[in-house]
Design a binder for this molecule. Structure first.
Ligand code: SF4
Ligand code: SF4
Ligand code: SF4
Length: 502
């Protein structure tokens, strides 16, 4: 339960706006905690004045939920912060029944899973009403299949670049430049990877549109590109290769965040060290306090790590160029303090990072200070185990495009029928033979892994500016008839493969 210190509270309402259960009202310019507070702690963390304070004693009749690190104290008759569990007479009950059936998938027939030919090298027809350059038909398993191909210029296009690294490359939203021109931005981080978005319709039509188009295509075609993040790192990126950040090649991606590393290796750490601090720019893990530590029989050691506390044994780190992508450059800094009311002299504290490339061992001194000691063989074994579970760092990319506009005219006379059939799975969209992932909703927006494209150098750019992608639509001939396809342009696939000209 939370109580409000009315002396400190100024009624700003920040807590009320953030409470997931709507428990807080502002009355007379003071916050008031209503019924059902789950002690999730959000209000105590968002209040800048320290006015919302968690009571030490759980409310009578509450049950502590252990389904996530938040550990809500769910009151009788109420739900936890996520609303998934209700305390019914002292038992936590899942509110939603398990869904045990799924609709039968309307999978496309396998005959249309891949194109009869790719669109790489097909060229483009312009203006739009002209049928696509190649509309071919062939047989698969006795079924008539049609593939329509065009190297479509896509002004709605970009590339999402995934860089497996713990290095801090720059702030989210920071602009990314190539040869001084803005070509994209730093996107949100996704698990062990930093993401960039290069291009996009607005950049392509802006002042640096040509450079943006060239950069998308260079990356998609697997060429090496040097980019500079504003107030951040210089990146040398090539799809399929290790990233080079500020001149330093990164070799491995982290095994997980610091909390996940504790969870994954808790059994291996137990008995080897008394405490482990796993440094990570996202979540720093503290072994003895973490629920995974408790699970293997640890009790809190009294060690206080650097970082802002999130939940039990989980702390937020500050990003930087130090250990685990944090600002900590000296492992000693990872140990903020040792509470000698709990700790005992001689205790061993491991400090490492989520790639386990660096590790240091400290011994607690009688005065609460710590002294670095050599790694023991047992500690080395755990470190090597963590390191061996890390995957190789590499650069990957998804080309992102939209073919839901005029590009449809080359395929059909009834554009919306094409879009609907694509979304129903009656038409398979591939990009240079690689399966495209369709984005839900209207239009034909897709993403494709550029490394799955059938041939190298498959992407181009035109100075409208737009990028050009090989797009194939494969379907049953009966579907092509139904959606108003350019049937008069159908040619046998054998003829096209043999190089017979129109
Ligand atoms: S956020 Fe703090 S100061 Fe603001 S209303 Fe809530 S308790 Fe009061
Ligand atoms: S602890 Fe959580 S549920 Fe309780 S009032 Fe604060 S934000 Fe709401
Ligand atoms: S799973 Fe839901 S109810 Fe349980 S602790 Fe987490 S947020 Fe609270």
């Amino acid at each position: 339960m939370v109580r409000i210190d009315l002396e400190l509270c100024n009624g700003c309402g920040l807590c009320a706006r953030n409470c997931p259960l709507g428990c807080i009202t502002i009355e007379g310019k003071k916050a008031n905690i209503g019924a059902g507070c789950s002690s999730c702690g959000i209000c105590t963390r968002v209040c800048n004045r320290g006015a919302a304070q968690k009571e030490a004693k759980p409310p009578a009749g509450s049950v502590t939920c252990s389904h996530c690190p938040v550990q809500c104290q769910v009151q009788e008759g109420f739900t936890g912060a996520c609303r998934r569990y209700t305390n019914i007479k002292g038992q936590l009950v899942r509110n939603r029944p398990l869904v045990t059936s799924v609709p039968k998938p309307t999978l496309p027939p396998p005959e249309i899973e891949w194109p009869l030919i790719t669109a790489i090298g097909a060229g483009t027809e312009y203006p739009c009403p002209r049928p696509a350059p190649y509309i071919v038909q062939g047989q698969r398993g006795g079924i008539e299949v049609v593939t329509v191909v065009t190297e479509a210029p896509l002004s709605y296009s970009g590339i999402k670049v995934k860089i497996d690294t713990n290095f801090h490359i720059g702030e989210e939203g920071a602009r990314v430049r190539r040869d001084g021109q803005v070509v994209g931005m730093v996107d949100t981080e996704e698990y062990g990877s930093k993401m960039l978005y290069i291009g996009g319709a607005n950049l392509l039509t802006g002042k640096s549109g040509f450079m943006a188009a060239r950069t998308i295509v260079d990356l998609a075609n697997g060429r090496r590109v040097v980019l500079k993040v504003e107030k951040g790192s210089t990146l040398e990126l090539q799809v399929g290769h290790r990233p080079v950040i500020d001149g330093q090649e990164d070799t491995t991606m982290r095994v997980g965040c610091g909390s996940a590393t504790i969870g994954l290796f808790a059994y291996h750490l137990k008995g080897v060290v008394d405490e482990a601090i796993i440094l990570d720019h996202h979540i720093i893990g503290l072994f003895s306090e973490h629920l995974a530590g408790q699970e293997v029989g640890m009790t809190y050691s009294g060690v206080i790590p650097a970082g802002r506390k999130s939940t039990r044994g989980r702390y937020f780190g500050d990003p930087g160029n130090g250990w685990g992508g944090t600002a900590i450059t000296d492992p000693r800094q990872a140990i903020k303090a040792v509470d000698m009311n709990i700790a005992r002299p001689g205790m061993r504290i491991l400090v490492t990072e989520t790639t386990a490339r660096k590790a240091a061992l400290f011994e607690v001194q009688p005065d609460g200070d710590v002294r670095e000691i050599p790694l023991t063989p047992e500690v080395r074994m755990v470190i090597e185990l963590i390191a061996s579970n890390c995957e190789e760092a590499r650069v990957s990319a998804l080309y992102v495009g939209g073919t839901g506009g005029s590009a449809r005219a080359g395929v059909t006379t009834l554009p919306v029928e094409l879009t609907r059939a694509v979304h129903r799975g009656e038409i398979k969209l591939t990009i240079g033979g690689a399966p495209a992932m369709l984005l839900p909703g209207g239009g034909i927006n897709f993403m494709v892994d550029v490394e799955k494209v059938a041939a190298p150098e498959a992407f181009y750019w035109v100075p409208t500016p737009a990028t050009v992608a090989p797009v194939e639509y494969t379907m049953l001939k009966s579907t092509y008839e139904r959606i108003g396809g350019h049937l008069h342009r159908l040619r046998p696939v054998e003829e096209v493969v043999a190089g017979v000209r129109d």
